[in-house]
Design a binder for this molecule. Structure first.
Ligand code: SLL
Length: 152
């Protein structure tokens, strides 16, 4: 699996979370105030599974089975809870890429930090989104990875 010297290719993606207040709606646990989803996703919902093999999300230890491995798109985990915490997101690539997994850290946001753009308080039922744009850069990609990228 030869590498292409001097070449660098990048792929855009989003990662982050969206959280919905439960506003008293029933959760599995009465202490839970929010429903949330943490995700790794493509632009325009592009399916990233042609180069991403799996994404492992490491949740707070207060969750049962905090290590969640998602081997199929959508690469996301949905849960309910009461608190914000740091989620470790580890992206694993297909073996043809010969790339080590990449670790990202995302602060799960449940609460708005500010009023909305009109200076009005954030509505109680409005979701709180924290989605970041990033790019995965592959320096000297393998020929097979480059081929897969060219096909997409
Ligand atoms: C805090 N440092 O104290 C943070 C920890 C942990 C949030 C937040 C667990 C839900 C469950 C949950 O929401 N943990 O499984 O019961 O704010």
């Amino acid at each position: 699996n030869k590498r292409i010297k001097g070449l660098s290719v990048s792929r855009p993606f989003y990662y982050g979370s969206i959280a919905y207040p439960l506003n008293g709606k029933k959760a599995s646990d009465a202490d839970h105030t929010h429903k949330w989803t943490v995700m790794v996703k493509g632009l325009d919902n592009e399916d990233l599974s042609y180069y991403i093999k799996k994404v492992v999300f490491k949740l707070h230890e207060t969750y049962t089975n905090p290590i969640r491995s998602v081997e199929q798109p959508p690469f996301e985990v949905s849960e309910t809870g009461w608190g914000e915490f740091e989620i470790m997101i580890k992206i694993h690539f297909h073996s043809i890429a010969s790339e080590k997994p990449i670790s990202l850290y995302h602060h799960l946001r449940l609460h708005p930090y500010e009023d909305d753009a009109n200076g009005q308080p954030w509505p109680k039922d409005k979701p709180v989104m924290s989605l970041l744009y990033d790019e995965l850069v592959f320096n000297e990609p393998t020929e097979s990875l480059y081929q897969v990228f060219s096909d997409h």
